[in-house]
Design a protein. Structure first.
Length: 111
């Protein structure tokens, strides 16, 4: 195996370790907490919707409650999607930095 191939293999292995480390502890904890909070918000919205439907007195009230709920859920989905995208970008950026650092360290050691 050539020296370049050995260095490339070492770099790939270190990069894989760096990705694993970045996606571990803190980032995964933050991701899990965010998902739990989103699930809670969605469940609360469903219960509020059910309460409002149960208190509706006329068919027009049902339509109004349904429309308001759909609008609120659409806004919530957009916000949750944005938050998850930001978290994903953060995690990806951290992994890319770790990979770049490992590549540089590997090739800086070259004679």
């Amino acid at each position: 195996m050539s020296e370049f191939q050995q260095k490339s293999k070492a770099t790939a292995e270190k990069s894989a370790q760096a990705i694993g480390q970045n996606y571990s502890a803190e980032n995964m904890r933050e991701y899990c907490i965010k998902m739990i909070n989103m699930a809670q918000a969605n469940a609360e919205a469903v219960f509020e919707f059910a309460r409002q439907l149960a208190s509706a007195k006329a068919p027009s009230d049902l339509a109004q409650v349904w429309t308001a709920h759909a609008s609120k859920q659409f806004e919530m989905l957009n916000e949750q999607t944005r938050e998850l995208a930001e978290l994903g970008q953060k995690m990806t950026g951290e992994s890319a930095e770790a990979i770049a650092r490992n590549v540089k360290q590997t090739f800086d050691k070259a004679p």
